[in-house]
Write a protein that binds this ligand. Structure first.
Ligand SMILES: Cc1cc2nc3c(=O)[nH]c(=O)nc-3n(C[C@H](O)[C@H](O)[C@H](O)COP(=O)(O)OP(=O)(O)OC[C@H]3O[C@@H](n4cnc5c(N)ncnc54)[C@H](O)[C@@H]3O)c2cc1C
Length: 342
């Protein structure tokens, strides 16, 4: 990757070069668009050794997957730079100035926000260090690899037994640590009992780690429970600062506000799309790729129509360019041909 050419103009600037951003860039590059991807290089699944569940790429290291994506973009002249977008500013004519943290600005007709999200892991000592290794959030990402091992589940506030119940599909040895949760509704006790989940009362103080592997969960009262995996409910917070600065509308989700988008990723800010985890907390890699693709083809179609409509307006206003002269000649010929046939 290199640094961006300063003061350049692009059809589309993609902010974020994870799966969603690269996928949008691929379809735009193949549509012969001038595209810049600016990527700060912190994809969400970076802590994980492998990426699971992406048909045909199941088990591939996440960094290798993205490197392969960047190689594919080279065929179509898409530029990818390692930098951070620090501001996106409307230029007053429906387009955007994009400020890069390393200095300098570029211009874009359309912007794709593919900035992902940040997982806010519970603040227990040692938890963040083991995130994505044996402290996990997503059984679809890691469940098969840790199947049948002794699982712990850390209860969060507000309490929702869903995670503890769900992971029983991958191991029958599941212990729920109530931690700061004081009591449960009767219906939750019933379901946990039916699923065979052990419930431990008392605050969790930290993890026991030996030879760089989780071996137990330690409570504040000194008790240690041997566990080799701990599921936690991290809070997924969208990296939406650039969008909210533009005044983008947000929508409520069960985990907090996320940018409001239509089915193509279009936000409430004309000319700006949001895709992947920047637009929704549940997007897995394959969904992020799909969302980027859909946004890319929508943006290309919109630019095609915008250019044609601008040309029509120029012609109506009697402003002629070599292109309009050629277009007028073509339409006139077609009219005559029709007339001749009619
Ligand atoms: C530990 C873990 C393991 C996971 N495992 C799996 C799995 O096995 N299978 C699966 O399908 N999903 C998995 N996921 C989910 C997966 O990480 C996401 O679905 C995926 O990363 C979403 O892609 P994205 O492009 O939306 O965001 P990201 O991949 O997070 O990419 C966003 C990019 O934008 C960049 N960025 C942010 N702000 C700026 C800015 N201002 N300027 C420039 N660049 C910026 C970031 O640095 C980053 O590179 C896992 C998640 C975690 C936490």
């Amino acid at each position: 990757m290199r640094t961006a050419m300063r003061n350049q103009s692009y059809d589309v600037v993609v902010v974020g070069g994870g799966t969603a951003g690269l996928s949008a860039a691929l379809v735009l590059g193949r549509s012969r668009r001038r595209v810049l991807v600016v990527d700060a290089g912190e994809p969400r699944n970076a802590p994980a050794a492998h990426m699971q569940g992406y048909l045909s790429r199941d088990g591939m290291p996440p960094a290798e997957f993205l490197a392969e994506g960047r190689r594919e973009l080279e065929r179509y002249g898409v530029e990818v730079v390692r930098d951070r977008v620090s501001a996106v500013t409307p230029d007053g004519a429906g387009e955007f100035g994009i400020a890069l943290a390393a200095g300098g600005d570029v211009h874009a007709r359309r912007v794709v926000m593919a900035t992902g999200l940040v997982d806010e892991v519970p603040g227990l000592p040692g938890l963040a260090d083991r995130w994505g290794r044996d402290v996990l959030h997503c059984p679809y990402c890691h469940g098969w690899e840790v199947r049948d091992q002794p699982f712990g589940v850390l209860a969060g506030e507000p309490f929702n037994s869903h995670q503890a119940l769900l992971v029983t599909q991958w191991s029958k040895d599941v212990t729920l640590f109530l931690h700061t949760v004081r009591d449960l509704p009767d219906a939750e006790w019933e379901r946990l009992a039916a699923a065979g989940v052990q419930v431990v009362d008392g605050e969790v103080a930290g993890l026991v780690v030996e030879d760089d592997r989780l071996t137990g969960v330690r409570l504040a009262d000194g008790r240690v429970f041997p566990r080799s995996v701990l599921f936690v409910a991290a809070k997924p917070v969208p990296r939406d600062g650039l969008l909210t600065a533009l005044g983008a509308e947000l929508r409520d989700t069960p985990v907090g506000p996320y940018p409001a988008v239509d089915e193509t990723g279009r936000t409430s800010v004309p000319g700006v799309w949001a895709v992947g985890n920047a637009a929704g907390p549940t997007e897995q890699v394959i969904n992020a790729a799909s969302a980027g693709y859909r946004a890319g083809l929508t943006i290309n179609a919109e630019l095609v129509m915008a250019d044609i409509d601008a040309e029509v307006s120029r012609r109506r206003a009697g402003v002629f360019t070599p292109e309009t002269e050629a277009a007028v000649a073509w339409v006139t010929t077609r009219k005559h041909a029709h007339g001749a046939r009619g």
